[in-house]
Design a protein around this ligand. Structure first.
Ligand code: SIN
Ligand code: MN
Length: 201
């Protein structure tokens, strides 16, 4: 495993072997069966190109009323619990002494991207954000805590872990594009990113 610092954001390359990635993929599939993926719309009413669902106490959600966490899937059902395999990743990488409230699962198909943003819908920014990439490679852009700060870009590959914490907790970040079909982990190609966060104070 190689450790890279990108504007204060820590990247752990190849944190997971292929069998570990396959097991994680299967755990995420089970979540998506219980809580189907949906396409949120931005506060400007534009559908996001990324499909998402969540596990845990809260799921992240967006519509014309804005970005927020909600305690039920939009269909009304409970969010499934965060699997042990994923809680272990949080324990191994977060250096936090409490468990996350939300595991957001983002699914990128061909052409999907995510604009530059801060993760700032949580109550306490002293907790880090831990994310894992699975499937196709993605061009990850990281800036500073001001939108106008200079950015650096790095390719995220399947099995990489990113920790956004400390002084970089409010770093602007986004996914410019994915290299569709670059991995065979997900049937039909595409990329899954999971993001673990503490939501409540
Ligand atoms: C996110 O910022 O929510 C997702 C980042 C990623 O897909 O790697
Ligand atoms: Mn984010």
């Amino acid at each position: 495993m190689q450790r890279v610092n990108v504007n204060g954001v820590e990247l752990f390359k190849s944190a997971f072997s292929l069998p570990e990635q396959t097991a994680l993929r299967d755990d995420l599939r089970a979540i998506a069966r219980a809580a189907p993926m949906f396409s949120p719309v931005t506060r400007w009413g534009k559908p996001m190109s990324v499909r998402m669902t969540s596990a845990g106490k809260y799921g992240w959600y967006s519509d014309r009323r804005g970005y927020r966490y909600i305690d039920r899937h939009p269909s009304g059902g409970d969010w499934p619990p965060i699997p042990e395999s994923i809680l272990k990743i949080w324990s191994d990488y977060s250096e936090a002494d409490r468990m996350p409230d939300c595991c957001l699962i983002n699914h990128y198909t061909e052409g999907a991207k995510m604009g530059l943003h801060q993760d700032c819908d949580e109550a306490d920014f002293s907790w880090p954000v831990v994310s894992v990439s699975l499937g196709d490679e993605a061009l990850f852009r990281v800036g500073g805590s001001e939108r106008s700060d200079p950015t650096q870009s790095v390719w995220l590959a399947s099995g990489d872990v990113v920790v956004i914490g400390g002084a970089a907790r409010l770093a602007f970040h986004g996914i410019d594009r994915i290299k569709f079909g670059s991995s065979r982990l997900l049937e039909g190609g595409g990329r899954i990113n999971i993001t673990l966060r503490v939501v409540d104070a």
